[in-house]
Design a protein around this ligand. Structure first.
Ligand code: PBG
Length: 313
């Protein structure tokens, strides 16, 4: 009877698996603060993982790259042979029907670790838009289906849409990190992507956790600029924001179950303090109930496996 009257469903097809790619060969390096999450080289190491994602019915991956070298403007971010571009070409050929999404930001690529180019100790918003345009065109050319700008620059969606269209990539979509908070829950990610700011923090461009109306404004702006999917990030401490955005837009909505949310669960599970499987499925179901159509989560493969087992019962 509970199954018959269930109001919200969590499915493997709702999930996006984030993956970290690095230069080199045969690399499969576990991230200390994120047990079960690895940096992988673009060869068998990555293929083994993506084969599993695909086999589990997870429709999409979100790629993050660690460059060989960093500089002031993050040149590898838009290089033809950059790490994400190489991964895209490799995966596009091998998995024609897997949705390839790329995170589009400067922080992994710049020597200072900020999400844009700097001028006088602050991010230069409009100079950054020009760089983002070059990044998305290089990702589209390498085979990305969706680009996901995460830097919270003003006007980023419009600039990216114009750059893609100008290069003939009118068929590529934009998943905007529209409502992104300056959150301590990104802590473990900064180890995974080696992207911690060298000085200062991200409060110039990321939102105050105390604000929800500002999030609605950010979402409305991105929708007007041409975003195809909106995102709220992080997820668990912001489910009210997910619900509020859901009620204001008819666009598909994503929630990002971020690194710190993942690591908290993993740490408690290792101690034997929680039932990991139930906690994960409950948290992901809560995101769906709050109004998220799509969930980006490091738990994607485990969750898909558990859901398949439950369906088989
Ligand atoms: C890049 C970016 C970040 C995350 C996704 N893209 C880090 C940040 O903004 O500092 C965080 C993801 C996570 O914590 O899982 N700007």
């Amino acid at each position: 009877m509970r199954r018959l009257v269930r109001e919200h469903e969590l499915r493997a097809s709702d999930l996006i698996q984030p993956l970290f790619v690095v230069h080199g060969s045969n690399i499969e390096r576990e991230i200390g603060s994120m047990p079960g999450v690895y940096q992988r080289s673009v060869d068998g190491a990555l293929e083994r993982e993506v084969d599993q994602v695909h086999a589990l019915g997870i429709p999409a991956i979100l790629l993050f790259g660690l460059p060989a070298a960093k500089d002031e403007i993050g040149s590898e971010n838009f290089a033809e042979d950059g790490i994400v571009q190489r991964a895209l070409r490799h995966l596009r050929q091998r998995y024609p029907d897997l949705l390839l999404i790329t995170d589009v930001c400067c922080c992994e690529y710049t020597s200072h670790g900020h999400c844009g180019v700097m001028r006088d100790g602050a991010v230069d918003n409009d100079a950054t838009l020009e760089i983002l345009g070059r990044v998305v065109v290089s990702h589209a050319e390498a085979g990305a289906d969706i680009v996901a700008p995460s830097g919270m620059m003003d006007g980023m969606v419009a600039a990216i849409r114009a750059a893609l269209d100008g290069a003939g990539h009118t068929d590529r979509a934009i998943l905007s990190y529209a409502v992104k908070y300056a959150s301590a829950f990104y802590g473990p990610f900064r180890e995974a992507a080696d992207s911690a700011p060298a000085f200062g923090d991200r409060r110039q461009y990321q939102m105050d956790p105390a604000n929800v109306r500002e999030g609605l404004l950010e979402a409305a702006l991105d929708e007007a600029e041409g975003a195809d999917i909106l995102m709220v990030k992080p997820a668990l401490a912001y489910l009210d924001v997910v619900r509020a955005v859901r009620e204001r837009t008819d666009l598909p909505l994503a929630a990002y179950n971020v690194s710190g949310e993942y690591s908290l669960v993993k740490a408690a599970a290792r101690q034997g303090w929680i039932d990991e499987r139930r906690v994960v499925l409950e948290a992901l179901t809560g995101m769906r109930r709050a109004g998220a159509d799509v969930i980006i989560t490091y738990h994607a493969q485990e969750a898909a496996r558990w859901l398949a087992e439950e369906a088989g019962r």
